[in-house]
Design a protein around this ligand. Structure first.
Ligand code: G3H
Ligand code: 13P
Ligand code: ZN
Length: 309
């Protein structure tokens, strides 16, 4: 099976009451760790690459690694551009062979967001590629830009129908209180399920996306803290909230920080226990295994997409 776009995945997820996990990838071990989990759990997955990841790893290398994952697993896998900030970047990902792209023009005016998103949709749809856009503004860190909680803007449900109709976009990321990074809240987590419900009534059967959906698992914070790291104050989205979201119109849930933390926790623990080790395979293998464990947990207990491949 070749790379797939997100159309079928989202259709089944919407009607099946589960969500597809969209996991950020930067290197071979992260890709292998995620795909191993998807193989074990027979889950469709989205592997997503940010602009920063493209710069770090070179999209050509990531594309080949993901192709290897498709060949090795036989699973439905989409290769998605995460947070494309311009038509040019989305075009370049499509030309590189990505099967899905996100155009994130949410920092522009409503009209400008519609204009840029529509351009991407036209180019993408002519080539069978699906497009995600964003309305509203999440808090947190994204490509080194830190948006404070005060500057975050919830999605206005009143704009959604017009945006979807005029752009022809395939899915929409909304802001309901999730946030990028590992330090999401100072106080208690709060998701505006009322906004989500309002939106899903206005655009029935339309796939919604949640960014900034890591839970910042306390066991990883603990391992990192106990092995020389400092992540004091790290806090994520409670998993029961994400499980509720996954049963609704939310068809794609983005997870990056939890993977970073699993990888880092395993490496820190390994070095603490084995100060003489210097062969990268010795510490990357447990890091890859903890990614697999983390993703299996997400697929089964949070997303509910196990057995859906
Ligand atoms: O939403 C942002 C993702 O976590 C990607 O992060 O831009 O540092 O690769 P990055
Ligand atoms: P987290 O930082 O919560 O993992 O969010 C990742 C994300 O939204 C990638 O686009
Ligand atoms: Zn994001």
């Amino acid at each position: 099976m070749p790379l797939v776009n997100t159309t079928e995945m989202f259709k089944k997820a919407y009607t099946g009451g589960y969500a597809i996990g969209a996991f950020n990838v930067n290197n071979m071990e992260i890709i292998q760790g995620i795909v191993e989990a998807a193989k074990i759990e027979k889950a469709p997955i989205i592997l997503q690459v940010s602009a920063g990841a493209r710069k770090y790893a070179n999209p050509k290398y990531l594309k080949k690694l993901v192709e290897a994952a498709v060949e090795d697993s036989g699973l439905p896998i989409a290769l998605h551009l995460d947070h494309g900030d311009s038509f040019e970047l989305c075009k370049s990902a499509i030309d590189d062979g990505f099967s899905s792209v996100m155009i994130d023009a949410s920092h522009h005016s409503f009209e400008e967001n519609i204009k840029i998103t529509s351009e991407v949709v036209k180019y993408a749809h002519e080539r069978g590629i699906t497009v995600e856009a964003e309305l509203g503004r999440l808090a947190g860190i994204e490509d080194d830009v830190n948006v404070s909680e005060a500057d975050a803007v919830y999605t206005d449900p009143g704009q959604v129908e017009e945006f979807v109709k005029r752009t022809g976009v395939d899915s929409l990321a909304i802001a309901i209180g999730t946030s990028h990074g590992a330090f999401k809240f100072k106080g208690e987590a709060k998701l505006r399920f009322d906004i989500l419900e309002d939106i899903s009534k206005r655009v029935p059967n339309f796939p919604i996306v949640l960014h900034g959906a890591s839970s910042v698992l306390p066991e990883y914070v603990k391992i990192i803290q106990e092995n020389g790291g400092n992540m004091a104050g790290a806090k994520g989205i409670p998993e029961d909230m994400l499980r509720t979201a996954a049963k609704s119109a939310v068809c794609k849930i983005n997870i990056d920080s939890d993977l970073r933390m699993a990888f880092t926790a395993a490496i820190r623990q390994h070095f603490n226990a084995n100060p003489s080790h210097f062969d990268p395979r010795q510490y990357l293998a447990p890091a890859r295994s903890l990614i697999t464990e983390c993703v299996r947990h997400k697929l089964v207990d949070v997303l509910g997409c196990n057995g859906k491949a």
